[in-house]
Ligand binder design. Structure first.
Ligand code: EPZ
Length: 417
């Protein structure tokens, strides 16, 4: 089990180049299955979720070569349309392969993804939308069996703007017969990156980033090269680390247009924030002011993925904050660990009340899931004394070499295997 050792109390002061977005590269790697050719993905982050996705691609018959942040995927020889239980349990978000495999092979069989640390994670919206495209889907023995003689464009409405369901429809419909319109689509920037990738492959998709996406089916797609967008959640996390340590940071490669809710909140909390198209700077020379209420919402609302890092920041801000987690039902697992560090937090269902303290104390804590683990890093950097964070495999799923980047900014942080 790997751990992070952090000596808190050091002001961050430095520059970081933001990694490629995990939640953009995963669906884009799934999309490489559609081309039947050679695809090259640049700015691919070094994450365990990316490694798991490569395993899925190789399991399907793709050949994958990695050179640093460049990933080359040749999907000429797809000889399998099944994702086994072992791989689905490794990474439940492999469900976004469903649409791509069906579009390429006209059949697919994947193990039920099941829930995860942050919630039950149902896929009913995915399956209802895919059935609208003429796909016959049966669920038995823990597997989802899909078959379609042909895919037919349809008018689809999502009951909730699900990111994964939106991506699955885009992947399945881009080579269907006819036109698909998807209403109440997710509007996240990662959807736009996927649309751009697919259109460069030869797809005809418009409306990405809005609530209605139109997909005009084409007969085939071609392998291309693509540069992954920057990770807005990782960027926001590093800004919170600087704010928590009353430091300053420059983020190169960050796209500030994806981060309005986060940047506006940091300004409201008293941080000085400078934003350019591909660079963000933050300076926090005093204790932050607690925002009265933080509610997570679908994009462009406040992102659920950065709720826990902000909770760590409000734990040492001046005043009281109320959090409302509207997206996932179990996204407060970091609270008990923050309390071990001296935080004053009370949880009641989807709500959490945080009364800011002057300081936290270092402690031995445990990451329970990806973004909750990042929250513990924020708290440990600001806390007095030493912290040990166990189970950092969760953090490695979404943050590339976190200890390297933070050390470059002056943090005292080391990894212990
Ligand atoms: C994506 O998950 C992201 N993951 C999540 O990031 C992110 O938190 C989430 O979108 C919301 O922005 C990836 O992109 C790989 P959803 P996804 O479908 O697609 C309910 C991280 O930390 N729902 O938009 O699974 C669901 O239960 C991860 O990087 C259904 O009810 O999210 C949840 O309450 C965590 N039925 C809500 O919708 C469905 O069929 C949002 O889920 C699908 C979803």
């Amino acid at each position: 089990m790997s751990s992070l050792l952090i000596e808190g109390g050091k002001r961050l002061d430095g520059e970081i180049t933001v990694q490629g977005a995990k939640n953009a590269v995963l669906p884009i790697l799934a999309a490489t299955v559609l081309s039947g050719g050679r695809n090259v993905v640049y700015n691919c982050p070094d994450l365990s979720d990316v490694s798991s996705t490569v395993e899925v691609l190789e399991n399907l018959g793709c050949s994958v070569m990695r050179r640093g942040s460049i990933l080359e995927v040749d999907s000429s020889n797809i000889d399998n349309c099944t994702i086994p239980d072992s791989l689905m349990r490794k990474m439940r978000s492999s469900i976004i392969f469903l649409g791509a495999i069906i579009a390429r092979c006209r059949e697919a069989c994947v193990s039920m993804p099941g829930g995860c640390e942050i919630g039950q994670r149902p896929i009913d919206l995915h399956l209802k939308a895919l059935r609208s495209l003429g796909i016959d889907i049966t669920e038995s023995h823990g597997y989802i069996h899909c078959k379609a003689d042909k895919l037919i464009g349809a008018e689809i409405h999502l009951d909730f703007p699900s990111v994964g369901a939106t991506e699955n429809v885009m992947l399945a419909a881009c080579m269907a017969d006819g036109i698909t319109t998807l209403e109440n689509a997710a509007r996240e920037p990662e959807i736009v990156d996927l649309q751009n990738f697919l259109n460069r492959m030869g797809a005809k998709i418009s409306g990405g980033g809005g609530s209605v996406i139109k997909i005009e089916g084409v007969s085939r797609l071609y392998g291309i090269e693509h540069n992954i967008m920057p990770d807005r959640i990782v960027a926001g996390t590093y800004l919170v680390c600087a704010a928590a340590t009353r430091g300053q940071i420059v983020l190169n490669g960050a796209d500030s247009s994806h981060m309005s809710a986060v940047l506006n909140l940091l300004s409201d909390m008293g941080c000085k924030v400078w934003r350019e198209k591909n660079r963000i700077a933050l300076c926090a020379d005093k204790r932050t002011i607690a925002p009265p209420c933080i509610k997570t919402m679908p994009y462009p609302g406040f992102p659920t993925d950065i709720q826990s890092p902000f909770m760590a920041l409000t734990a040492i801000s001046e005043g009281t904050s109320v959090f409302v987690e509207n997206i996932f039902e179990n996204r407060y697992q970091h609270v008990d660990e923050l309390i071990r560090m001296g935080a004053d937090i009370r949880v009641d269902g989807r709500c959490a009340v945080v009364i800011g303290k002057d300081r936290l104390c270092g402690a031995h804590v445990e990451a329970k899931e990806l973004r909750g683990g990042a929250a513990l890093v924020v708290a440990a950097l600001a806390a007095e004394g030493r912290s040990i964070i166990d189970n950092i495999k969760y953090i490695d799923r979404g943050y590339e070499h976190i200890e390297k980047y933070l050390s470059l900014c002056g943090a005292s942080i080391t990894r212990r295997e």
